[in-house]
Design a protein around this ligand. Structure first.
Ligand code: SF4
Length: 225
């Protein structure tokens, strides 16, 4: 029996975060998440979502004939791993590139579908920004798999970031050799921190790990979705 996924929205736009900023993508926003970050602005109300079968979703994506990079986003897409296990092998037949945006806390789910994924945008959740306390082993298990793909880690930070958190992020990035993307937390369409503070944080990271970039959420400045 074909599985059903609850999808919050599907839309074509410009990627506004990370090293692929500015590229065209088709975003598939899954409902539900296993975390509860303090800054989360995702609408989890299931009555605002729609059920899609694998075939419905593939037909919708292919309707205009364009080959897309498909961004699986959320919520947390890996919460829908049973659906993805059926959906991604079918989707890959059409040549679409798969870009997974994930909170990096579900390594067992990643293992089930990683062969179909091209790019992994993985969060490292700072307790100071999210209120979440993720164990180091979870990141070890996740990045040990993700490092074999085009993978980078995104770190949303605010003015409460600590030196211990910076040390932790740099040590895990060194261990698995991936770029770190520093993303200042936004309040609406404004930075939650000053430019000087952002530069200080960047410099602290850079003194420990040079494969780091400071990239804000560009879609907010462009007033894109
Ligand atoms: S991981 Fe993302 S979707 Fe889930 S609670 Fe955190 S910010 Fe929201």
């Amino acid at each position: 029996m074909s599985r059903i996924a609850k999808i919050r929205e599907i839309f074509s736009s410009i990627q506004g975060e990370g090293p692929y900023v500015g590229t065209k993508q088709l975003f598939i926003r899954f409902c539900s998440c296993n975390l509860n970050c303090a800054y989360c602005d995702t609408d989890f109300n299931p009555s605002n979502a729609k059920d899609y079968s694998v075939q419905d979703l593939i037909d919708l994506i292919n309707r205009n004939g364009e080959i897309y990079t498909i961004s699986l986003t959320g919520g947390e897409p890996l919460c829908s791993v049973d659906f993805l296990k059926e959906f991604l092998p079918e989707l890959c037949k059409y040549g679409h590139k798969i870009y997974l945006e994930t909170n990096a806390t579900l390594p067992d789910a990643l293992k089930c579908i990683i062969e179909y994924v091209d790019i992994i945008s993985a969060d490292i959740k700072l307790k100071s920004a999210t209120g979440m306390n993720i164990r180091e082993k979870v990141y070890d298990d996740f990045f040990n798999l993700a490092m074999h793909k085009d993978c980078f880690a995104k770190i949303v930070f605010n003015n409460k970031i600590t030196d211990e958190e910076i040390d932790f992020c740099c040590s895990i990035a060194k261990k698995y050799n991936f770029p770190l993307i520093l993303q200042p937390e936004m309040k609406g369409n404004y930075f939650s921190i000053s430019s000087d503070f952002a530069k200080d944080v960047f410099d602290k990271f850079y003194s420990k790990y040079q494969n780091v970039r400071l990239i804000p959420q560009v879609h907010k400045f462009l007033n894109f979705r």
